[in-house]
Design a protein. Structure first.
Lengths: 111, 117
């Protein structure tokens, strides 16, 4: 039962353009959503989060949008940089701190 | 370096052997989590502690797995009678308990990669 889904295993974007990573979820009880970035041989690094009572949160080049009716969230990175190349995980939680992760999207930013 | 540390970073063992991993969280964090990640998947929750109390265990955590956090600081994860299916990256994370941080994010360590031959 995959409660958090990232249907695009990979994404390739040119440097300077916008990267849009998508995430869908099935459990309407999720109250907090987070995005993590992971480089090879390292643990996931927190990027940005959003509460279920909001529909947008912005932090520098990163913006997360939440559409509760569609049970969908997206991460926008603009402008994309080569250093953004990594695997991005969407995660969600309900009340407790247990995180439920998606399967990840590998982003490649090329010059 | 005041981040989450894990030891060892890599472990190769033969099927049937026992292995133990250690996690040292960020010092002021009272919550500590264990996750497992296999190839092509996101991290899967195994268990978590608040101080020394183990508050939740996943169904993924079979009887061969045991985790401890005896003094509320570092934690150990032991796998007994390892099987090839136990091969994975074992990740540890720590956080403040809810209400003590504006954003209750979890900070992850670099992981321990286990290979069972």
């Amino acid at each position: 039962d995959q409660q958090v889904k990232q249907n695009s295993p990979s994404l390739s974007v040119q440097e300077g353009r916008i990267s849009i990573l998508n995430c869908d979820y099935t459990n309407s009880m999720f109250d907090y959503f987070l995005w993590y970035k992971k480089y090879p041989a390292e643990g996931p690094t927190f990027l940005i989060s959003i509460s279920s009572i909001k529909d947008k949160n912005e932090d520098g080049r990163f913006t997360v949008f939440l559409n509760k009716s569609a049970k969908h969230l997206s991460l926008h990175i603009v402008p994309s940089q080569p250093g953004d190349s990594a695997v991005y995980f969407c995660a969600a939680k309900i009340n407790t701190d247990k995180l439920i992760f998606g399967t990840g999207t590998r982003l490649q930013v090329f010059p | 370096d005041t981040g989450v540390s894990q030891d060892p970073r890599h472990k190769i063992t033969k099927r049937g052997q026992n292995v133990t991993f250690r996690c040292d969280p960020i010092s002021e964090h009272n919550r500590l989590y264990w996750y497992r990640q296999t190839l092509g998947q996101g991290p899967e929750f195994l268990t978590y502690f608040q101080n020394e109390a183990q508050l939740e265990k996943s169904r993924l955590l079979s009887d061969r797995f045991s985790a401890e956090r005896p003094k509320g600081s570092f934690s150990t994860l032991e796998i007994q009678r390892t099987e090839q299916g136990d091969s994975a990256m074992y990740l540890c994370a720590s956080s403040l308990e809810p209400g003590r941080a504006l954003v209750n994010e979890q900070f992850f360590g670099p992981g321990t990669r286990l290979t069972v031959l």
